[in-house]
Design a protein. Sequence first.
Length: 196
Amino acid sequence: MTGAEEELEELDDDSMHDSELLPTRRPHPVIIAASLTARGGLLWLPVAGLLALAGRKTTAKRALTAAVVAMPLGHLISLVVHRRRPQAAAMPAREALPEHPDSSSFPSKHAVTAAAFGTATALVDPGAAVFVTPLALLVAYSRLRTRVHWPTDVLGGLAIGALVALAQAGIGRSARARATAWRLAAIVRPVFSDHS
């Protein structure tokens, strides 16, 4: 283990001690529900459905696409980065979840997917982001509060998810710019050919 890895683990260990932010007692049922319903990205399907029903179909499509791309990327990264989970099996906070994941801790796939969905929503529809962003942050926090991830796993997951959404937005802008250029060329070409 390198010196940087040791320092990172020490920072994570210090931040996981009992505190007002991360107590060891059983979390509130809402926090547990956020963690459980977000497994496999399932939470974001009904959220996208609600956005679509509210007349925000483009927002729902972009956000769900970002989440669908981000989730396997998070799993791929976890196959490369092997990191142990926090040792918290006996804590009431940890016992609140029925799941006992033994996959690599980095990154938090919950956080990756939540950040991708939330960031994509914010980029397309700031009005909808007012409701989606707190939910995305709650999901990310739930993984810390239930002690299944280190803080850097969650922060890394949030960063990866946000980057996926930003990349998607950049690709979308490039595609729209190309489509606009083709449409303009189709309009202008006959004008010049008529006067040649």
